[in-house]
Design a binder for this molecule. Structure first.
Ligand code: AMP
Length: 301
């Protein structure tokens, strides 16, 4: 089934305690789209500026991503983000963010994409998320991501987004900021009252928890030995999860659990290298092999 994503595509500079990668391809939508493309073809709606390096477009074409909705806007500048990780690699500071073209009008959605059934609103300004959501009133599943910046600066708009989506994916510090509750199950239930049917709260190396009205399901992270750049872990988790759901069309709780496991596995690969470097060498067989290992690891009786 068809899957569409909107969010940021931009130029990232990332520093970890041991290495750095300056001016590389990044952005919430491209991490999501590359991850989901291992499961199903992905429609990308995004805008970059005139200064977007040509090499980025060559990278986009290496994945099963439909680029008809990717606009390169003349006279505009590409979104830029610079982040620096702390010693433990769980926390990071944003050194600089330049929204640039993300503050301008949204790129148009190709007419032939109007029947898309699965919609992911990757992290970007909630106004852009709302605009895309409204163009898919009959979508089967609409899931969004957000971040602390929007919780602080665009609370009312974000509440409107929450009121018209089926699922929310966010990390534990964001769920605490949104609800005032540190306990992820309680925070998850409070978020359900804001609109979504389910919420997935990610806890970095401590895994994730899905909360809906009947369940609280917890999965650990894949025990990764190689963590070189956590950037995009959340987006690639969401890509693996939504990619599996869209590929199967099954939204049962069992399918959700499996989708979370696929998301966990894809994210564990993404963090092995900077930017999309690991995604470029990844294939479905490697994903399935690690998925098998993850399932065996979780078998208790
Ligand atoms: P994650 O590590 O999953 O939080 O995603 C990191 C990606 O999000 C980076 O590639 C950034 O370019 C992108 N990003 C950071 N801040 C923003 C923002 N304010 N709006 C949209 N995308 C952002």
């Amino acid at each position: 089934m068809s899957l569409i994503v909107t969010g940021s595509v931009g130029i990232d500079s990332v520093e970890t305690p041991t290495a750095k990668a300056m001016e590389v391809l990044g952005g919430s939508a491209i991490y999501f789209a590359s991850a989901a493309s291992f499961f199903t073809s992905v429609r990308l709606v995004a805008v970059v500026g005139e200064d977007c390096p040509q090499g980025f477009f060559d990278t986009f074409r290496k994945f099963d991503i439909d680029l008809e909705g990717l606009e390169q806007r003349k006279g505009s500048k590409t979104f830029r983000w610079h982040g620096k990780y702390h010693e433990n690699m769980n926390d990071r500071d944003t050194i600089e963010v330049q929204p640039n073209v993300l503050e301008e009008s949204q790129p148009p959605v190709p007419e032939t994409w109007r029947n898309t059934e699965y919609v992911f609103l990757a992290n970007t300004h909630p106004a852009g998320q709302l605009e895309l959501r409204e163009q898919f009133p009959d979508a089967k599943l609409v899931v969004a991501d957000t971040m602390n910046l929007w919780i602080k600066t665009e609370h009312d708009l974000l509440m409107r987004v929450l009121g018209c989506i089926h699922g929310l994916v966010l990390n534990d510090s964001e769920s605490e900021m949104l609800t005032g509750d540190r306990n992820v199950v309680i925070a998850g239930r409070k978020i359900l009252e804001m609109g979504p049917r389910f919420v997935v709260i990610k806890k970095g190396e401590h895994g994730c928890v899905l909360v809906d009205k009947d369940h609280a399901i917890s999965l650990p992270a894949f025990p990764a030995a190689e963590v070189n750049d956590p950037t995009g872990a959340g987006d690639s988790f969401a890509g693996g999860m939504m990619g599996h759901l869209a590929a199967t069309g099954d939204l049962s709780i069992e399918a959700m659990r499996k989708a979370m496991a696929y998301g966990t596995v894809v994210a564990s690969y993404n963090i092995e290298a900077f930017s999309l470097e690991r995604m470029l060498t990844l294939d479905r067989a490697q994903i399935d092999a690690r998925f098998g290992e993850f399932c065996s690891m979780l078998r208790i009786v």
